[in-house]
Design a binder for this molecule. Structure first.
Ligand SMILES: [Zn+2]
Ligand SMILES: [Zn+2]
Ligand SMILES: [Zn+2]
Ligand SMILES: [Zn+2]
Ligand SMILES: [Zn+2]
Length: 271
């Protein structure tokens, strides 16, 4: 069976009370076959699994992972442009397992390619990009050329580098500590009410893929889609969602229980 064929087969479960079904035309394709079940997106525009899948797939093909509504606002030539979350797209496009994998891998690759981190060099105030995300010791090429000796500074405390390198936690300057690490260590515990018997977990987690600090809003399932790297992970066991789901489900405790408080921040490996 080809992917196209599977897409033909996708349809909504008419008994799903979390969706709002409508009979008016599809706002993406303008198809108005009265026998097709369509659902409303959060912006109010009507789609089918096929039209939504095709539109979002075409966005990904153009290198775009910000899913925005292409429909025209009522009676105008202005586009709606409302932003849909990936979770919303996944649900209303009824993405198959193969499609989910394609979407998630493409989104993660696009986010990684786009990401770069800049800070101001304490020596010359020019913007420096960090190449090795696991090393706080960064060389400024401008200062090095000017001073005719190697000038390195600390990405965390923004003072000139002291002590051995490479290091990922701190330099030897007094007061060089990671605010993020302190937060991970000292944030209060919380529970996820929708996951029964899961127990307590820290209220802040560092994304296991890119290290961004994230908080769970305590609604919905235990998984979070990281807004920076676009990789979804389990807030309880800190494994990537597909791995956690192999031996658990969205609303059940994880097979390995809740992961301990993190003691280091993962560096984003973009390769
Ligand atoms: Zn819309
Ligand atoms: Zn500099
Ligand atoms: Zn430092
Ligand atoms: Zn991330
Ligand atoms: Zn898990």
């Amino acid at each position: 069976m080809t992917t196209e064929h599977q897409e033909q087969e996708k349809s909504y479960d008419s008994g799903d009370s979390t969706l709002k079904f409508v009979t008016r035309q599809d706002d993406i394709t303008l198809d108005d076959d009265p026998d097709t079940l369509r659902a409303e997106m959060s912006c109010g525009h009507a789609v089918t699994p096929q039209s939504l899948t095709a539109w979002c797939r075409s966005l990904l093909d153009q290198g775009q992972y910000d899913f925005r509504c292409p429909a025209l606002k009522d009676g105008t030539v202005q586009k709606c442009e409302a932003r849909w979350s990936y979770q919303e797209v996944r649900k209303l496009a009824v993405l198959t397992a193969t499609e989910q994998q394609h979407f998630e891998e493409t989104m993660a690759a696009l986010a990684a390619a786009e990401y770069c981190e800049f800070k101001t060099c304490p020596g010359c105030q020019s913007y420096v990009e960090r190449e090795d995300m696991s090393n706080l010791c960064v060389l400024c090429t401008v200062c090095t050329a000017e001073k005719q000796r190697c000038f390195q500074f600390c990405w965390q405390c923004l003072q000139s580098w002291t002590g051995p390198a490479p290091r990922s936690d701190r330099c030897d300057s007094d007061g060089c500590t990671s605010r993020d690490l302190q937060l991970l260590q000292s944030c209060p515990s919380t529970t996820l009410p929708q996951v029964e018997n899961a127990g307590a977990c820290p209220s802040i987690r560092a994304c296991p893929t890119c290290g961004l600090l994230l908080e769970h809003d305590r609604s919905g399932c235990k998984n979070l889609l990281c807004q920076r790297c676009k990789v979804e992970f389990c807030f309880l066991c800190l494994k990537l969602t597909p791995i956690c789901l192999k031996s658990s489900s969205y609303y059940l405790p994880c097979s390995n229980g809740v992961a301990c408080r993190q003691t280091s921040i993962p560096a984003w490996n973009r390769n």
